[in-house]
Write a protein that binds this ligand. Structure first.
Ligand code: ADP
Ligand code: MG
Length: 225
């Protein structure tokens, strides 16, 4: 489903080069639930962005669902991403002046695919947000904002969900809730890659990758129970 071949990402800054990813090779199968851990600055967000078609690696090749992501045109890549990949972020990244429902419907602007207002409403209902659809992000709790972001990520029924510290700003109760929603997506056949330090992640993940200095430092695999 995801294949990185010797992928490196170098950021050039005024203080020199930062090698955020350093020749990573990795394969993630369809239907896997993978957790990525590692210290701050180890390249966790970078690897997700590269795998999700949001950041071109400086060298190496990244294939998702059999497609070489960075030989596609930007338009094709955006379309591919909108159809196949959902993203969830620590800081939610909601549009402040749109309501919960409008935020959840945002992917419709990017991809004219299945789903729509009805699907956005269904997802918000499912996430316990029935009474909050016309609220703006500032009128929602952190947990509620992340549930809107989850609805947005799932609207186009992606095959792959990439989540970058999705519970980093949440209390234990909301953390459990979001992890349960990730697990539910996974049970439905979805592939999940989540950067998280939440302990609950260990319950679901068959595979834990630890990054350090842009490389995979260690990897643990557990057989399915
Ligand atoms: P993590 O998510 O594990 O904290 P990141 O992937 O965000 O790490 O960053 C990896 C390294 O790349 C860090 O040293 C960070 O400072 C650097 N970095 C990330 N994004 C940029 C950028 N846009 N420009 C320059 N350096 C960056
Ligand atoms: Mg990060």
């Amino acid at each position: 489903m995801i294949r990185l071949e010797n992928a490196s990402k170098v950021y050039k800054t005024h203080r020199g080069e930062v090698r955020a990813l350093d020749g990573v090779s990795l394969e993630i199968e369809e239907g896997e639930f993978t957790v990525i851990r590692g210290p701050s600055g180890s390249g966790k967000s970078t690897i997700l962005m590269c795998a999700g078609g949001m950041a071109r690696p400086t060298s190496g090749k990244i294939t998702v669902c059999g497609k070489d992501l960075y030989t596609m045109s930007p338009g094709d890549r955006a379309h591919f991403r909108a159809q196949n990949v959902g993203f969830v972020f620590q800081m939610f990244h909601l549009v402040p002046y749109l309501t919960a429902l409008e935020n959840a419907m945002l992917p419709l602007l990017a991809a004219n695919t299945n789903g729509g207002r009805g699907e956005a409403e269904r997802l918000l209902d499912h996430f316990g947000m029935s009474g909050r659809k016309s609220h703006k992000p500032a009128e929602l709790s952190a947990g509620e904002r992340q549930r809107v972001a989850m609805a947005r990520a799932l609207l186009n029924k992606p095959r792959l969900l990439l989540a970058d510290e999705p519970t980093g700003n949440l209390d234990p109760e909301n953390t459990r809730q979001i992890m349960d929603y990730l697990a539910e997506f996974h049970r439905g056949g979805g592939t999940v890659v989540v950067v998280t330090h939440a302990n609950q992640a260990e319950e679901y993940a068959r595979r834990v990758l630890v990054l350090r200095d842009g490389r995979i430092e260690s990897e643990t695999r557990r057989p399915a129970q």
